[in-house]
Design a protein around this ligand. Sequence first.
Ligand SMILES: Cc1ncc(COP(=O)(O)O)c(C=O)c1O
Ligand SMILES: C[C@H](O)[C@H](N)C(=O)O
Length: 342
Amino acid sequence: MQKTAFASDNTSGICPEALESFIAANTSNVASYGNDEWTRRACDAIRDLFQTDCDVFFVFNGTAANSLALASLVQSYHSIVCHKLSHVETDECGGPEFFSNGTKLLLAEGEDGKLDVDGIARLVAARTDIHYPKPRAVTITQSTEVGTVYALEEVKAIGAACREMGLAFHMDGARFANAVAHLGVSPAELTWKAGVDVLSFGGTKMGMPVGEAVVFFNHQLAQDFAYRCKQAGQLASKMRFLAAPWVGMLQNNAWLTRAGHANAMATRLSDALAALPGVSLMFPTQANAVFVNLPAHVAQALKDKGWAFYSFIGAGGARFVCSWSTTLEDVDALVADVKSGL
Ligand SMILES: Cc1ncc(COP(=O)(O)O)c(C=O)c1O
Ligand SMILES: C[C@H](O)[C@H](N)C(=O)O
């Protein structure tokens, strides 16, 4: 029983479809820095998935994907609207500010970890004088840091508001697959057709060994992005090994099937925990993360038994994250240990 199973989806191993492609890419010598067949295939697979001729770049992790994507949307004298619980604010060690040479993050409230149009508009209108960094972009996380999902209509409304206010629109899709699995809409509908300019498309949490895709739906914003990646140390010389798992995950729809499994395990866990006395859900469980308020002695007892989980995200609750590799036995073992601690 792996007691790290629920600490994060990034504690999972490599899912079979990703590993199979990774190994298949391990042939003899091929061109480096993305000039190989696997990288071409992966980029084409992403273009097919989104049904548009988007620009695709692979980087090592989500912090780089977000920081560099955001830096490509703004100048140093601009600001970026994000949720106060967003990863770009709480867990990227100032990456977005650093890589944009000083752009300011403007923190907005919002129910269930989500931005809304009114909150964005209030922040954008709050200061329009020369002494304050001009708002130039909005970033949302889909699915969010607290396991909720923006409805398609919510994304469209934010996209329309961004266009009206002259703001670029970024989506942190570290768990984009989980959002698509929950909503049952197409990737195209949930991104560029809703007004998203650039997506950080998470591969790591999906089941890949490493790697995220930065997907530009706005060609103009993608100009020179390759240089930004190189300067940031994000241009892999053996790019084929970042790219090949994408081929494996996107063919036969494994990316979505695996995300659907993670969501189903989270729902099972959420339902079981919510039924226990003294345990309450902090947010609706809509993707692959469950946030609960646990009695302090129960949380401590879990830690004493070796369970690893975060308690600093989402207003201090206990977070349990499911992944492609979460099993029914994992869920039932955690629930049993929570129950025995009550
Ligand atoms: C919402 C969100 N965005 C981005 C990331 C990327 O983080 P990392 O740099 O750890 O890959 C994470 C990490 O888990 C995350 O939860
Ligand atoms: C919180 C940590 O930074 C990581 N993004 C995770 O979700 O586990």
